[in-house]
Design a binder for this molecule. Structure first.
Ligand code: MN
Length: 390
């Protein structure tokens, strides 16, 4: 449980009169000189409805209250494979921020108004290891290491499991261990996995993963499908334009394609309760859903799907705002897929966590919507037991 001294950072003053609809800016707002107002305990309890209701009933507390779950870290053990793929060097500030899993990160979370961050090993993580035996061993090591990190700040950090998809059976076993024994909330897989050399890859729609999907569905946890760069032999379209690799554009192409492979393989007809979480507001897929569905539906295909493609994007996918702090786009995605399926996240340290937190704080969304995508959707999805923020 959260230690009281960690959370005791907000003003406990009673609410000033006549501002029931006022949005509390939180720590970030305080730093900016915004008015700090705190609801009474009773008001705060009523501010956690099952569903976002009347905006007038939702008060945003001054203390860190958000949940974020595309938040990355790494440890010295994984420096080699992660630096090889993402070109993080000891000279970049991101490198130090990835390695910080203690007080400095918690301090940044306070500034961003984030109460609870679910941490994941930085891309490509275990997926970048081409030797299956090493992948299995490293995934176990990573998850034990992450459990230790979480144990240092259990009220502020949670864990996503790293999985050795190079060995599907071992990946299923490690997922079960991570969820049942380590208390992790879900797995995060960095898209395709290397196997048999740097250009050999395996995608999650391939038949060897059937036992894995069965286990994921039984455990009733979503899978976060996170991007990585395409392998070198697949980077021809980026020739002479390395600036378009990674998060600028290549991640979107790679991960949205992987997600579509899952749909068109019929995965969600075989496992209707499997849920995939995508970052970056869905890697463009909600915006493209109509067109993909329309064009796909004009032709017969090897796998006959039970539903149109847009339907799967509304029933089997979840979306975070990681690295995409744009209110217009967020509103559109909420309209396209439903606001129950949209979640706040920041993509720290690749994006600025405080910028992300302040964006949601000040976005032109109702308090009810902020509370829902910033907190209660995640609480329900992962059955989180968070300390009260009143
Ligand atoms: Mn990320």
């Amino acid at each position: 449980m959260l230690k009281a001294d960690i959370l005791n950072i907000g003003s406990a003053e009673p609410m000033q009169g006549g501002t029931r609809r006022a949005f509390m800016l939180g720590m970030a707002g305080a730093a900016l000189g915004g008015t700090l107002l705190s609801p009474s305990a009773a008001d705060a309890r009523s501010a956690e409805p099952e569903t976002a209701g009347d905006d007038a009933s939702v008060l945003i507390p001054a203390r860190p209250w958000k949940v974020a779950f595309e938040e990355h870290y790494m440890t010295p053990h994984f420096s080699r494979v992660i630096r090889g793929d993402t070109k993080v060097t000891g000279e970049t500030s991101v490198y130090d921020l990835l390695l910080d899993v203690g007080a400095q990160r918690v301090d940044t979370m306070n500034k961003a108004g984030i109460q609870y961050a679910i941490l994941s090993l930085n891309t490509p993580g275990i997926q970048g290891e081409s030797d299956p035996t090493t992948a299995v061993r490293d995934a176990q090591f990573a998850n034990d290491e992450l459990r230790h990190i979480v144990d240092q700040n259990p009220g502020r950090f949670g864990g996503f499991a790293a999985l050795p998809m190079q060995n599907p059976r071992a990946a299923a076993d490690e997922l079960e261990r991570a969820v049942r024994q380590l208390g992790f909330h879900a797995p995060l897989v960095n898209s395709f996995s290397n196997i048999s050399g740097d250009d050999g890859v395996t995608f999650l729609d391939e038949p060897q993963y059937e036992p894995f999907w069965e286990r994921l569905q039984d455990l009733n946890v979503p899978l976060y499908l996170h991007p990585r760069n395409p392998v070198r032999s697949q980077q021809l379209m980026f020739r002479d334009h390395p600036e378009l690799l990674a998060a600028t554009w290549a991640y979107l192409v790679e991960t949205s394609t992987h997600a579509l492979r899952l749909i068109t393989s019929g995965l969600f007809d075989r496992f209707p309760n499997v849920r995939i979480c995508l970052g970056h507001l869905g890697e463009s897929l909600p915006f493209m859903a109509w067109r993909i569905s329309a064009v796909y539906g004009r032709h017969a295909h090897h796998v006959k799907l039970q539903k149109d493609i847009a339907s799967y994007l509304k029933t089997n996918f979840l979306y975070t705002t990681s690295g995409f702090f744009d209110t217009t786009a967020t509103r559109e995605v909420m309209k396209l897929v439903g606001r129950d399926r949209v979640f706040f996240s920041t993509d720290y340290p690749w994006m600025d966590m405080v910028q992300g937190g302040r964006w949601l704080d000040t976005a032109a969304l109702s308090n009810a919507e902020k509370w829902k995508i910033g907190r209660t959707n995640a609480v329900e999805l992962f059955n989180l037991k968070l300390a009260p923020v009143a």
